[in-house]
Design a protein around this ligand. Structure first.
Ligand code: F6P
Length: 491
């Protein structure tokens, strides 16, 4: 009932995430802010640009040269300020336990079916709790005495809503969980599952990508806590507080990616890259873009390309498959091992098939300016996203948004949330190499009409369910979740 008697505009918007939306660095004597790889910042930054407010995040330690107000807030984006960024320093030990430990070696593998064993270490969990408390202190300070809406992002901050709620009554709190939610039998692996569930029920609204994630969360609550669960409405009544649980499939800023793909800068990048890959001499480009993570199925994708070249040798000397995207979480063993595995598969395939100036696999394990990614998406005859499990996969949606020519084929894993909306892609099982190789062949031999029809359909879906539509639905549900009428909300 926190909204009663107040207008939405009276509330201050505070977004909280682990990752800061811009990494800052000096370039030719000028400060520049560059977006880190990953879906979260790409999705939330346009929202903050449109709404204003404060974004609280862990500091990268790169903000020393930036102008700040008395409370340490930085106006961003640097070239056209629209909202404020408030950064929080963590010690190395805090970050090791909270980020590398509990978040990314515990919760991350717990929530993704990718057969990497979660590690649950008591010290890591203690660090996770204490960092969530630290974030809560900063959020409470930012709320001040005004009414506020706090929108928390992701699995790093599952306990934060409870900690804020213990101090502030008059605040509306929602969270979007950017990764899948595990089924109840898997969740049991986490020794602190009840505390995590209790923490998340500090919310007025809890959002997941898919309704199946919501169902699994509600099932876990019903089985583990003394709570009343209405699965039909997605409503939990726990300790006299209500939490609404709803699906909000996240998206991208379609119009801005569409517009970028038409710029002269992208056209000139296309000309340069076309020459680099020999596309002007009849070669074909296939593309995979990912933050380097073991959930993305990169080795599976490369093996499918290998099988494709074996099965259809007429494409030897012709197809170049580019695997691009920055490495990530490189302090964690499973991520180091992934890089080693990818390099060895790339070398094996290139040694096996490479000939003269033709290497079948190009491997660029780094980040690039967005105009370069945009040009690559426009040039690639197909884009393959082969996640073993993925909350959404925004790269798939970005490929579609960049295809202003309505050409190109998307090959997409059935295990990515995006497959539910992008049913006009070629849906594959990334574990089934033969089927995956056949999908590449289907993409390269598809008729012009069919390609166009499929791409047009996917573009209209992403254009409609864009990031602003997503944010609008979250805000509307947040408002209604905090009124006495929330049980009558449409799903
Ligand atoms: O996809 C899950 C996610 O946490 C995103 O929300 C985020 O953009 C991405 O992974 C990057 O993760 P990190 O912040 O650990 O680099």
């Amino acid at each position: 009932q926190r909204l009663v008697g107040r207008e939405l505009s009276e509330y201050r918007l505070i977004v909280v995430s682990n990752r800061q939306p811009y990494a800052f660095r000096m370039e030719n004597g000028n400060l520049v802010g560059e977006m880190p790889p990953g879906g979260l910042t790409a999705a939330i930054d346009p929202l903050m640009r449109a709404c204003g407010g404060t974004w609280i995040a862990q500091s990268n330690g790169d903000s020393d040269h930036l102008a700040m107000d008395a409370d340490g807030r930085i106006a961003v984006p640097l070239d056209s300020p629209a909202y404020r960024l408030r950064l929080m320093d963590l010690t190395e030990a805090e970050n090791d336990g909270y980020y590398y430990g509990f978040s990314n070696q515990g919760l991350w593998p717990l929530c993704h079916v990718a057969y990497t064993e979660p590690i649950f270490d008591t010290q890591d969990y203690e660090a996770y709790k204490s960092v969530n408390r630290k974030f809560a202190n900063l959020v409470v300070d930012e709320i001040g005495d005004g009414p506020a809406i706090v929108l928390i992002q992701d699995y790093h901050l599952a306990l934060l809503p409870r900690y804020i709620r213990q101090v502030c009554e008059d605040v509306i709190i929602g969270q979007f969980w950017h990764i899948p939610w595990p089924n109840t039998d898997i969740l049991r692996i986490c020794p602190w599952q009840e505390e995590i569930l209790d923490g998340m029920l500090g919310h007025d609204l809890l959002g997941f990508h898919l309704s199946s994630d919501c169902d699994k969360f509600l099932d876990a609550v019903a089985r583990n806590l003394n709570a009343q669960v209405d699965s039909q409405f997605g409503l939990v009544d726990y300790q006299d507080e209500m939490t609404l649980v709803r699906p909000f499939p996240i998206s991208i800023d379609f119009d801005s990616l569409d517009a970028e793909a038409r710029t002269a800068e992208v056209e000139s990048e296309m000309a340069r890259l076309s020459q680099e890959f020999g596309l002007d001499t009849g070669r074909i480009l296939g593309l995979g873009i990912d933050r380097q993570d073991y959930t993305k199925g990169i080795p599976h994708r490369l093996r499918a390309v290998e099988r494709f070249l074996e099965k259809w040798p007429e494409y030897q000397g012709k197809l170049v498959f580019l695997q691009a995207g920055a490495t990530s979480r490189t302090n964690i063993n499973s991520y180091m091992q992934l890089t080693i595995d990818i390099e060895s598969i790339v070398n094996r395939i290139n040694e096996r098939f490479g000939d003269g100036d033709w290497q079948p696999i190009a491997y660029w394990p780094t980040s690039f300016p967005s105009a370069t990614f945009s040009a690559l998406r426009r040039l690639a005859s197909f884009c393959a996203e082969s996640s073993l499990h993925d909350g959404m996969n925004l790269v798939a949606k970005e490929y579609v948004a960049s295809r202003v020519d309505e050409d190109g084929v998307l090959i997409l894993s059935a295990f990515a949330g995006a497959a539910q909306e992008l049913s006009s892609s070629i849906i594959i099982n990334p574990y089934a190499s033969e089927q995956f190789a056949d999908a590449i062949h289907q993409a390269l031999t598809m008729s012009d009409d069919e390609r166009r029809l499929r791409m047009r359909h996917m573009r209209s879906i992403v254009q409609q369910n864009n990031i602003y539509n997503w944010a609008g639905r979250i805000m509307m549900n947040l408002m209604q979740a905090s009124t006495p009428d929330h049980a009558r909300l449409p799903a």
